[in-house]
Design a protein around this ligand. Structure first.
Ligand code: NAD
Length: 449
């Protein structure tokens, strides 16, 4: 803002002032982290290692379809507010588009596009018959009442209804959305379909509406299986391993609790309000009960004997054996990577590590288990949920968990072997596995219109 002391408009000042503003905004734009560009960098490196031509995978550098919608919502105070939302259908080469819906004030088309691309690669790594997509709305959901959130979700569903469906595009929860959000989407979609019962249009819904047992814990459980397999490769086990977890939501909170029950020591955990650290380990039963008691219970206000409060980023650089970033993308930057002490990183979040940070971590000899493998437990059990919906036959929780273990451990082994074969990082090993599967399927389909 211009200084308030200016009484009359000084043209020279304002020209200089506006130029300065323009410069600052350009610098900001230039330096803004772009997860889609980050994804493309890794994709191109993987293709280079594989020795495939640019023509072979050109289609994978772009989304097949991008939709921007504007959703008018009647707010509780009577006025109408219009929200912007997106659905990016990145790839349908291996099956219907599949991917979550995010509600966040910073969500934009670039972020959703990157997330949709990662979903396409993730489903291919997991070996499940899906393509990839993602959705999002630019909104701070904490500022909305339940009624406003329901109207927003129903309006968004109406806007994307023509392009979703059990055999076309299947949404699921992501950051700030949950089984309740999926229930609203399902109900709206069924009403718009003339009252048909189509539970397979979304996954991650409540079990009462056809959700799968074990889906809520599946991403965290998958993180545990992948961490266990990685430790095994180094002759170690979960018991006694010191773990730091960034994010205490569906992925981070549940992963931390399951790891604790499996014998790990959770030495640090965080949410958007701060981190806590304890050398002897946090009592996860107490912490989980505190978080579950109210959505207002935040890490910054948590108290337990022996814990120290740190800033948000503090969790990333504590002396842990394994670090699990499970919050948002762009958490481990080049600067933070220099201070990471863990020997293994298991990416619970999508895109938590920038390409520049990856190079630093590799140089430091830190093993990074990439997002498209490490957090695939969620989409694997989403696939199981969809299969159960299509068959109208439901499995026990033990069966779901055991099939998850078999599928994710097999994906882990494939990626590990691929990384060994190409003498590369696990991230490139995972990308090579995915690109190979998608490109092969595309070639088999031939070159139609
Ligand atoms: P969530 O909304 O349940 O939890 C997110 C957590 O991150 C919250 O505890 C929030 O407070 C915390 N957080 C936000 N900003 C933070 C910051 N700067 N520092 C520390 N903590 C911060 O979301 P979620 O479903 O757990 O998703 C987390 C990540 O995992 C996202 O990248 C998402 O795309 C990915 N993911 C989710 C699933 C799933 O099934 N939910 C599956 C695969 C991948």
């Amino acid at each position: 803002k211009p200084p308030f002391c200016l009484k009359s408009i000084d043209k020279t000042f304002f020209t200089a002032y506006n130029k300065a503003l323009l410069f600052v905004s350009e610098v900001k734009t230039m330096s803004k982290y772009d997860p889609y560009q980050n994804m493309l960098k890794v994709l191109d490196s993987a293709a280079g290692k594989m020795g495939i031509t640019a023509d072979d995978y050109a289609f994978l550098r772009y989304p097949e379809r991008t939709i921007t919608v504007h959703v008018p919502v009647k707010m509780d105070d009577g006025h109408t507010k219009v929200f912007e939302g997106y659905r990016v259908q990145y790839s349908s080469v291996r099956g219907p588009y599949k991917g979550g819906i995010r509600y966040h004030r910073d969500t934009d088309l670039g972020e959703v596009t990157a997330l949709a691309a990662w979903m396409s690669l993730k489903c291919a790594v997991a070996g499940i018959p899906y393509g990839g997509g993602k959705g999002g709305i630019t909104v701070d959901p904490r500022a909305l009442s339940m009624g406003e959130l329901e109207r927003l979700t129903r309006g968004y569903t109406k806007a994307i209804a023509p392009v979703i469906g059990p055999d076309m595009d299947i949404p699921a929860p992501d950051v700030n959305t949950n089984s309740q959000t999926m229930a609203w989407i399902l109900d709206t979609f069924n009403l718009l379909s003339g009252g048909k019962s189509l539970p397979g249009v979304v996954t991650g819904k409540p079990t009462e509406l056809g959700g799968s047992l074990g889906r809520n814990e599946s991403t965290g459980r998958g993180v545990l299986f992948v961490m266990r397999e990685t430790l095994k490769k180094f002759g170690k086990s979960l018991a006694g391993t010191k773990v730091a977890v960034q994010g205490a939501g569906n992925v981070g909170g549940i992963a931390a609790q399951l790891l604790y029950e499996a014998g790990c020591t959770i030495i640090a955990i965080s949410d958007s309000t701060g981190s806590i650290y304890s050398e002897k380990g946090i009592d996860m039963n107490k912490f989980t009960a505190y978080k579950e008691a109210s959505t207002k219970n935040k890490v910054a206000n948590y108290e337990e004997e022996g814990i120290v409060h740190l800033p948000c980023e503090g969790v990333l650089t504590v002396p842990a054996d394994v670090l699990v970033p499970a919050a948002l993308e762009n958490s481990i930057t080049e600067e933070i990577a220099k201070d990471v002490k863990a020997k293994i990183i298991v990416e619970g979040a999508n895109g938590p590590t920038t390409a520049e940070a990856d190079a630093v971590l590799e140089e430091k000899g830190i093993t990074v288990v990439p997002d498209i493998l490490a957090n695939s437990g969620g989409v694997i059990v989403s696939y199981f949920e969809w299969v159960q919906n299509l068959q109208n036959y439901y499995w026990s929780e033990e069966e779901v968990n055991s099939r998850l273990e078999t599928t994710i451990v097999s994906a882990f082994e494939t990626v590990w072997k691929c990384a060994e074969k190409y003498k590369t990082s696990l991230r490139l090993g995972a990308y090579i596995t995915a690109v190979d599967r998608i490109v092969t399927t595309k070639k088999l389909k031939g070159s139609a219109i």
